[in-house]
Design a protein around this ligand. Sequence first.
Ligand SMILES: [Zn+2]
Length: 362
Amino acid sequence: MLLLRIMAVFLWVVAGCAAAVEVDFPGPPTEAVVLDIGHSCLDCGAIAPAALNGVRMTEFDFWYEYCYYTKKVIEAAGYPCVVCNRGMPPEDPRYKPWAERADVQHLGKPVEFPLRRAASIYSPDRVAAGIVSADYAVYRKAPAMVFLHHNSQGLKWSTKGMPAIILANRHNGVPLAESMAHVLNTTILNHGMDNGGKECSVETRHVDASRGGGWLNVCDDAGIPAVILEAAFMNNRHHMTFLSNPATARKYAEAVGHGVVHYLKNNRRAPHKRPDFNVPDDGSYGYKAESRQYKREIPGARYFYRELKSTAGWETNNAGRGSGKLAQRITGCKRSKKLKTRTSEHKPWNIGNEHQQKQEGQ
Ligand SMILES: [Zn+2]
């Protein structure tokens, strides 16, 4: 009996070592392209200046409804694909059929203001809003990860061409971003969706403190090509006319899927993985609060906010973003709702637990 107990403890320890990172993510850890519906029901991201076709759309709403078509294109080409969202399922029942048909995996992370900052469980020096979705891509060994967003320049309509962009992680994401930009440029932008002749460009983003940099870096660390799609603008009347028509909205979502498939078929290359997780790289800078709080614990973290303010050029205008209250009115979600939390035993740099992050209040 004693021998059995010793054996059991031994096996438990061995199993614990093999699975250094413990997660309770939904779905099996099988390989799948991961599509992330940006933002959540508590913060819907950018919002159109006014209703078109009777709907005042947010980027969260758009992708919640149309991610299904992106997923279908990827699956039809023979690649498993899963859709995730970092928040809770919206309370409003109109989202339910969309969630069911796309089989949206809600990761239930309390990431909204003022609690939106969290550290990655796989790369704990990476700290960003909604980083749980990047962790989910690592969990699903994603051959490609797409963060589905739209951009905005504010709450005034414009009909000028916009700086459509796809942000890519530095080591792995550029071929994926270029494939997607190619498909958008040849089938959508200035082909039905007027953008004043301007095309979608690709830019790498790898500093954690720049918006989305932390997510992209978590994927880069694991060798996953990852991109943030920011090609359409919520305040561009041409773009929103295109995206508020169900037929052309579907075309846009499908073009995104075709871009991913184009990459998977033609451009796959050996992934670059982070060689040593104990050595910071030049992207490892958190926001002001994290840097202040964790600078002794996170290799490489330092006060970066001032530099960030002078260099950030993307989604810095909060005027176009759905306010928390408006978002909650749209989705029916309440901030007070108790959120599911995840557990992790992987805290090599004593980065703090969720309680500490709530205290931090960035
Ligand atoms: Zn967004």
